[in-house]
Design a protein around this ligand. Sequence first.
Ligand code: GTB
Length: 217
Amino acid sequence: MTIIITAFERSPDGGKGLARDTRVRWALEEVGQPYEVRLVSFRAMKEPAHRALQPFGQIPTYEEGDLALFETGAIVLHIAERHAGLLPVDANARARAITWMFAAVNTVEPPILELATARLLEGDKSWTKERLPLVEERVRNRLDQLSTRLGDADWLDGAFSAGDLMMVSVLLRLRSSGILDEYPNLAAYVARGESRPAYKRAFDAQLAVNTGKLPTG
Ligand code: GTB
C-alpha cells in the first residue's frame, strides 16, 4: 500500500528540516518504507479537502489505503508499531519508548514552541524583551532535567527508538537559539540523531523540495 504524506510546498525555514514532515520522513526511512509526498500550499492547507485529513489545517498528514492520520506523534507511533526498527520487542521497554515519545511532544516541545513563537511572531511586541528571559528559563528548566536523565548515555533508554526520534526532532528546533549548546550531552545527542543515515535521507529529501536540489549519494 502506498504511503503518502503531505509537506509544505515551500517551508518557511527554507529546508532546515524543522517542519514536522521531517520527523515522519525520518521514521519511514528508519523502517525502510518508501513513501510519496504531496506538497501543499498554505492556501490549500486551509481548504476543506486538506481539513478532512487534518482538521487544524496543518501538515504533515499520512495516508495509507483507507487510513488517514494526522499529528506527528500518532503518525510516528503508527509507523513504529507496524514496522520493525523503532520500538523494542520487550513489552516494558516498548512502553518506556512510547513514554519518551509523549514526553517529547507533551513536556519538552511546549516550552520550545513558546520560545519560537516569542522570537518569531512576537519579537516586535513591547513586552517581548521582558518576557523572553522567562520563556528561555522554562526551556532551560526542561533541558536541565532532560540532560540529567540522559547523562552520558547515547539514547534515552537503551537502543535508539521512536522516543529518541521524537525527542531529537523536538530539540532540533532549539539549535538557532544557542541554548542547546549550553548542554553538551544534549547537543551531542542531537548530533547523534542527525548523523543516522535515515535522518540524512529524510533531511535531504525535504531539502530537495525546498531548494529544488536533488538529493546526492
Ligand atoms: N501537533 C501537530 C503535529 O505534530 O503534527 C503540529 C503540526 C504543525 O504545527 N504543522 C505546521 C503547520 O502546518 C508545520 S510544522 N503550520 C501551518 C499552519 O498552522 O498554518 C511547524 C513548523 C513550521 C515552520 C517552521 N520553520 O519555519 O522553521 C518550523 C516548524
